[in-house]
Design a protein around this ligand. Structure first.
Ligand code: ATP
Ligand code: MG
Length: 330
């Protein structure tokens, strides 16, 4: 019953269920083609205002960790443009998009990284566009390399994202975990197992993930990364249980910083980046806490409680439905 795309040899029910869910939810080639067509059209139209602008697809559409329903994250790169205040550029684009017949529902969000939200007309395809947040391009291609380093990574992460969404702990705008944070948490767990499933790609292939690489070259870097062959051949179900257990019992939230860059937990120092933060997850290309949205104790406690409860239930039932009912997903 194993998928034609995914040749994971799942021998137990829980692992089979994870592969099945992955097959049902993962982004299809046609989904990506639609996003890419829209990106190309937008880039061409935007170049009528900003001649040197380049538009990049980022996030789960590109990193191999998307589902059919994932939005399309876009980064507009304006090089050498004097007026690159993102709010200004996004306001100009907001007005301009009103003249484009294939765009609707344009909304400017003044967050730390300001974005323009919009939809493709008469479809359910949603976009989030930022200006010059090029770290998102770099980390998208780093994540993509991790996603394809081992066949278990994509199903593992997709199930964790669905699980977190179902339990309402996957919404940074509501003080819980962004999808990006969850992905780094899964990678960290897989990097720090006694027999690791993943290495640090930044450490092993520094030339492919050089933080100051010209942005046009970034998508090419990962093409030179060979797949990682791990001695750890644990089935998916065991990895999912281990992941829940790690964050329910082993990880020291108050003392440790998750570093995918170094493939280990770093001791929390007293700098403003980590001080008084409930959850500390280092952005692999900058010294930033990607989990800073979790700033209320009540949300932090809810997150920890979901790890503990799901671990307990899954350990007992060994059935994915017990923590992620089939009817509630996709
Ligand atoms: P989903 O499928 O739920 O949309 P996603 O993988 O697109 O998940 P998001 O959390 O929506 O994840 O983030 C989209 C992209 O934006 C990430 O892949 C990353 O490139 C970038 N990003 C998000 N948060 C941060 C952050 N705190 N620092 C740097 N880059 C970030
Ligand atoms: Mg996204």
């Amino acid at each position: 019953k194993s998928s034609n795309i995914l040749q994971v040899d799942a021998k137990d029910k829980l692992s089979d269920q994870m592969v099945e869910l992955f097959d049902a939810c993962q982004q299809k080639t046609s989904d990506l083609e639609r996003k890419e067509a829209c990106r190309a059209r937008l880039q061409k139209d935007i170049q009528s205002i900003y001649a040197v602008a380049r538009l990049y697809l980022t996030g789960s559409s590109m990193n191999g960790l998307g589902c059919r329903s994932s939005d399309a994250d876009l980064c507009l790169v304006l090089k050498g443009n004097k007026r690159t205040d993102p709010i200004h550029v996004l306001s100009v684009l907001k007005r301009f998009f009103k003249s484009l017949l294939y765009v609707e529902m344009t909304q400017l969000i003044r967050a730390k990284v300001p974005i323009l939200k919009f939809k493709e007309k008469d479809s359910d395809l949603e976009f989030d566009l930022n200006i010059n947040n090029t770290v998102g391009i770099r980390n998208t291609f780093l994540l993509r390399s991790y996603a394809y380093a081992d066949l278990r990574i994509r199903p593992m992460i997709l199930v964790v994202k669905k699980w977190a969404r179902h339990h309402q702990i996957n919404d940074a705008s509501k003080g819980t975990l962004s999808s990006y944070t969850l992905v780094l948490m899964v990678l960290h767990y897989l990097q720090t197992l006694k027999e690791p499933v993943l290495p640090s790609l930044q450490r092993d292939y520094p030339d492919c993930f050089y933080p100051f690489m010209d942005i046009d070259m970034v998508p090419e870097g990962p093409k030179r990364v060979p797949p990682y062959i791990s001695r750890n051949q644990s089935p998916l179900g065991e990895l999912l249980l281990g992941f829940l257990k790690y964050y329910a019992t082993d990880f020291r939230w108050d003392k440790q910083v998750i570093s995918v860059r170094e493939a280990k937990a770093l001791p929390k120092d007293n700098s403003v980046t980590w001080r008084n933060k409930y959850i500390s997850v280092e952005e692999p290309f900058e010294r930033n806490n990607v989990a800073r949205a979790v700033h209320e104790k009540i949300k932090f406690d809810a997150i920890k409680a979901e790890f503990a409860q799901s671990w307990r239930i899954l350990q007992d039932k060994k059935d994915l439905n017990s923590i992620l009912p089939v009817g509630a997903i996709i």
